[in-house]
Ligand binder design. Structure first.
Ligand code: ATP
Ligand code: MG
Length: 570
């Protein structure tokens, strides 16, 4: 009964999916009494939103079933890995809202165990030292349609193999001179089973083990054994490892390990207008297409954090996309929708003018300042209100005025009256142009009777504009971000053109001299605001200084996803 209850609860927390079904069944049948998953990043780059899917899944399942999730660095390749990435990955996982507790592991912690396991395989006649070069191994491997050929070194005696493997470890051979291979089946239909390499020689120091080792285990040998050593119950990975599962099981069976975790594969996340592989993200960084791994346009966790995207929105997005076996490309509009949905509920409203146009209210007293009460969230009174200064000279958006308005333009125009949010009705009586014909100033009058935004005589206006007092405005730089690629599928190459050909040249627009209401002076990095009518914004943690604040646009207000959904329903 107790167990059933906790399973029920788990179902209500995370949507059901086939992996959850498997776990539930394993708990029901008593195959397992607890759930232990792991998230196994390779510390060779920064995490991206695809990893977030895996993190939310692994940590989420552990949480749902009151088990635990380990954070294990899969650090078996000393040539590509760096300590910098280890710390960044930990920070990203924590920021996403997950905690591995005491269960932080490194595959390199198991190098001694793995070596012992390899020796055991040799002793069981199931592994051998092979002197073929990497090229020769490839040639002998065969193809999808042709079986492979056996290595001439395949039938070495156990003694000779033990001796050679020991000498490999001692550093007697050069890189690539010998490898340790599993002795499985060169005719197997699954190429991964054609005597895969288990250990290779690399005279390269490791970020954690220093120069203790000059032989390093491969992913296939390491992963299953690390899972087994840690007592992982369900080893969840992406589809490309499906063909490796027979090898995963073979290694554990061959060694008769006391624990044999179950590998389960799911489809990786792909997003439109985005590239996801670390290799491609690296190209963007190294070729200077973006300003580092944490550029706010990057799909990395650090980039999204810097942009101001809340972790709650990422988690919700991961829950909504669900978990399936089939590869698909998720519309980035869904992510944007989740971000808006969260920010709409949580981000206080403020006023900021991005492209300022000066307005002089001629009949407003010269040296007067009024403090007007503005709501922090009109949809939730518990957010309270703040006082915003109003004076004779203010800024509005340039595009809120048209000299000769077209039919559907309801905002300010000569002779027309509009409402200033939380303030008064104003009417445009004149405007000034510079030598190039640009409108540089509006002359208006206000109606003191309309304070708060309504006319006592009941007359209506068709538009409400946001504004900022000129004298009190905070000057800021604002960075408007758009999708990094202009094509929905930048990954699918066309006519041999590289993915970088499809970068969106307007993915960053920098506006200087924006005018923000003075309450934003105390904005802290990471705080998120809705600039009324302009979108959601967040103070940039890197580029901002107290003297010259920089705000990032997290996302616009316009919800494309909601529109797509409406269209689908029609
Ligand atoms: P990339 O292909 O982007 O370089 P990777 O798979 O090499 O990523 P790892 O550090 O090995 O990166 O990944 C850690 C975990 O995250 C693995 O379990 C991997 O399957 C998972 N993962 C990586 N990319 C995605 C994705 N796009 N969707 C879901 N899970 C992912
Ligand atoms: Mg990988």
């Amino acid at each position: 009964m107790g167990k059933n209850n906790s399973i029920q609860e788990a179902f209500s927390e995370t949507p059901s999916n086939f992996i959850k079904d498997i776990i539930e069944e394993d708990l029901r049948t008593g195959k397992h009494t607890t759930v232990i998953t792991r998230f196994p990043p390779e510390p060779n780059g920064y995490l991206h939103i695809g990893h977030a899917k895996s993190i939310v899944l692994n940590f989420g399942l552990a949480r749902a079933f009151r088990g635990r999730c380990h954070l294990r660095f899969d650090d078996t390749n000393p040539t590509k890995e760096e300590e910098e990435f280890v710390e960044a990955i930990k920070e990203d996982v924590r920021w996403l809202g997950y905690d591995w507790g005491a269960h932080l592991y490194f595959a390199s912690d198991y190098f001694d165990n793995l070596y012992e396991y390899a020796v055991e395989l040799i002793k069981r006649g199931l592994a051998y030292v092979c002197d073929l070069s990497a090229d020769e191994i490839r040639q002998y491997r065969g193809t999808l349609t042709e079986p492979g050929r056996e290595s001439p070194y395949r039938n070495r005696s156990i003694e000779e193999n033990l001796n050679l493997f020991e000498r490999m470890r001692k550093g007697e051979f050069k890189d690539g001179e010998r490898v340790l291979r599993a002795k499985i089946d060169m005719a197997s239909g699954n190429i991964n089973m054609r005597d895969p390499v288990l250990y290779r020689i690399m005279h390269v120091p490791h970020h954690r083990t220093g120069d203790k080792w000059c032989i390093y285990p491969t992913y296939d040998f390491t992963h299953c054994l690390s899972d087994s050593i840690e007592g992982i119950t369900h080893s969840i990975c992406t589809i490309e490892f499906e063909d490796h599962r027979p090898l995963y099981d073979w290694v554990l069976d061959a060694l008769e390990t006391p624990r044999h975790p179950q590998q389960i594969e799911f489809a990786r996340l792909n997003l439109t207008y985005t590239v996801m592989s670390k290799r491609k993200l690296k190209v963007l960084v190294e070729d200077g297409h973006v300003d580092g791994w944490d550029d706010p346009r990057m799909p990395t966790i650090s980039g999204m954090r810097r942009r101001g995207i809340p972790p709650e929105a990422i988690r919700e997005f991961c829950r909504r996309i669900g978990v399936a076996k089939r590869e698909s490309v998720v519309d980035i509009a869904l992510l944007e929708h989740c971000i808006r949905e969260f920010l709409n509920k949580t981000a206080p409203r403020v006023m900021g003018v991005l492209r300022p146009l000066k307005v002089v209210i001629e009949n407003y007293p010269q040296n007067k300042t009024e403090m007007l009460e503005c709501l922090n969230n009109p949809e939730d009174m518990s957010y309270g209100s703040r006082l915003v200064p109003f004076a004779r000279e203010i800024y509005i958006e340039q595009d809120d005025f048209m000299e000769t308005p077209h039919k559907k333009f309801y905002r300010l125009a000569p002779g027309r009256e509009v409402r200033l949010r939380y303030a008064y009705f104003i009417k445009c009586i004149d405007f000034k142009k510079d030598a190039d014909g640009n409108i540089v100033e509006l002359r208006c009058t206000y109606d003191p009777e309309t304070k708060g935004g309504n006319a006592p005589d009941g007359r209506k206006v068709k538009a409400t504009l946001h504004w900022v007092s000129k004298e009190h405005a905070v000057d800021a730089e604002v960075r408007l971000y758009d999708r990094l690629f202009k094509e929905p599928y930048p990954d699918r190459t066309r006519d041999g053109r590289p993915f970088t050909d499809f970068l969106n040249p307007d993915s960053l627009i920098t506006l200087k001299g924006c005018k923000l209401e003075p309450s934003l002076l105390k904005a802290k990095a990471g705080e998120r605001y809705q600039f009324e009518r302009n979108g959601y914004f967040c103070l940039d943690s890197k580029a901002s200084t107290p003297e010259s604040p920089v705000f990032n646009r997290i996302v616009t207000l316009k919800d494309v996803w909601a529109k797509i959904k409406r269209q689908l329903r029609q």
